[in-house]
Design a protein around this ligand. Structure first.
Ligand SMILES: Cc1cc2nc3c(=O)[nH]c(=O)nc-3n(C[C@H](O)[C@H](O)[C@H](O)COP(=O)(O)O)c2cc1C
Length: 412
């Protein structure tokens, strides 16, 4: 479509935005239309705004923090304007994506010359859709509505041990399903991930079961790299199954299948069972059953490979309180507690290896360090220029014990 024609349409979209309700009709929000290619490039390269090449006409929405800030009223008004624009665009067959993951906030502010007294609400991409995404998973209104009073627990904990496995899965399922299977998920720990995949490729068997690999990142990469070996992913949600199958189909992988169900009822015999970071995001009370049933499902000479986010690593310390990453509640655990769970079930730890001493600082472009550690973000941003200790592989104490992810090879 010609630029002039799009500008006309864009004007109409913005007009729909400004018709939105706002607190005291203050309308303290502003739109920044990104047109200059140098600015786009800077957003991509410096702020690490991913997939910007898929957004022809990005619009940032910002709002003034100085007015109407009580009860987030200014944010609500600005959000309503975004929703208005999106709905109007939809009515004229224009697709959109509301993006909060636009990269590093401070760098975006600098590039777009946004003073500190503004919030960035997000960036919206508009355009004619070139894909038909899976229908997003929406919650049952019965699950989210209360009559008169809520019944939430007093202390809302991020610790998965205080959640039900089913609730954690439901949250993860919604988050996974929000992504296009076309893009999949990318790992924020590039070099660590590559090293782990290489290690796993040498350790897996002919027939492998990946237990509750919620996003399929590892399973799919392993299946890609080891096409003579077979993989089954066991998952608990219908929608995750659908999403993974769609992705597997797109990648034309013939050696991997998904099965929905609980490990208790799963049948089969495997050379290798993988517990990849699951003990970090599954409540403690469910650990034993997973391990007991895994033991049942491996051959006599088979092995379990377990990996976990280590509480004694830098990343583990930052996330020790169970601040959820992408898929909801998650907590780092100590080597001692993880080993004990397996040993209690008469399993033997045969090999241990640690990956990555310092987490990828690029990670903090995405989220920033949470809570009281936010002051560290600016140092991390600086450090992200360097690949400091991201590629480390440690087999021995003391370095292994402070690695981000520890892998254990376990046998009967
Ligand atoms: C505040 C907010 C932030 C979002 N951030 C992103 C984002 O960074 N990247 C993205 O691809 N989608 C983003 N989305 C879009 C959601 O993924 C999408 O709304 C959700 O999957 C539900 O799909 P639906 O809007 O089609 O119902 C965001 C949506 C909202 C409301």
């Amino acid at each position: 479509m010609g630029k002039k024609k799009y500008q006309k349409i864009q004007e109409k979209i913005l007009e729909a935005g400004v018709q939105a309700p706002s607190s005291c009709n203050q309308q303290m929000y502003y739109f920044i239309l990104i047109e200059n290619n140098f600015i786009k490039k800077a957003l991509e390269e410096r702020a690490k705004f991913k997939w910007l090449d898929r957004i022809p006409n990005p619009i940032f929405v910002i709002c003034d923090k100085r007015y109407g800030n009580e009860r987030f009223a200014n944010l609500q008004g600005a959000s309503a304007s975004i929703q208005n624009m999106i709905l109007f665009a939809y009515s004229i067959n224009i697709g959109s994506c509301w993006i909060a993951g636009y990269g590093d906030k401070a760098i975006v502010k600098e590039i777009l010359n946004i003073p500190s007294y503004f919030h960035i609400l997000g960036c919206i991409g508009f355009g004619y859709p070139d894909e038909k995404p899976l229908k997003p998973l929406k919650r049952d209104i019965k699950e989210i509505s209360f009559v008169d009073r809520t019944n939430f627990p007093k202390d809302g904990s991020n610790n998965p041990d205080k959640w039900e496995f089913k609730e954690i899965n439901n949250l993860a399922e919604r988050a996974i399903f929000a992504k296009s299977p076309d893009i999949g998920y990318y790992s924020l720990f590039d070099s660590q991930f590559k090293n782990e995949i290489r290690f796993l490729s040498n350790k897996i068997g002919e027939k492998n079961l990946v237990v509750y690999d919620v996003s399929g990142i590892y399973s799919i990469e392993l299946a890609k790299k080891n096409n003579a070996k077979r993989f089954t992913i066991l998952i608990t949600g219908e929608k995750i199954k659908l999403w993974l199958e769609e992705r597997i189909k797109l990648l034309q992988l013939k050696n991997i299948t998904c099965e929905k169900g609980l490990i208790e009822t799963h049948k089969g015999e495997y050379d290798c069972i993988l517990h990849l970071e699951i003990l970090n995001r599954i409540p403690k009370k469910n650990h034993e059953i997973i391990i007991k049933e895994s033991k049942r499902l491996i051959r006599k000479e088979g092995r379990i490979i377990s990996s976990f986010l280590n509480k004694k690593s830098v990343y583990g310390v930052l996330f020790k309180k169970g601040i959820g990453r992408r898929y909801g509640p998650e907590i780092s655990r100590t080597e001692k507690e993880i080993k004990e769970i397996y040993q209690k079930m008469d399993l033997k730890i045969k090999e241990e290896i640690g990956f990555n001493i310092l987490p990828s600082f690029r990670l903090f472009f995405k989220t920033g360090i949470p809570g009281r550690y936010t002051f560290l973000n600016r140092y991390l941003r600086y450090l992200s220029k360097y690949n400091l200790l991201e590629k480390t592989i440690s087999k021995n104490w003391p370095l292994k014990s402070i690695s981000t992810n520890i892998f254990l090879i376990i046998k009967k």
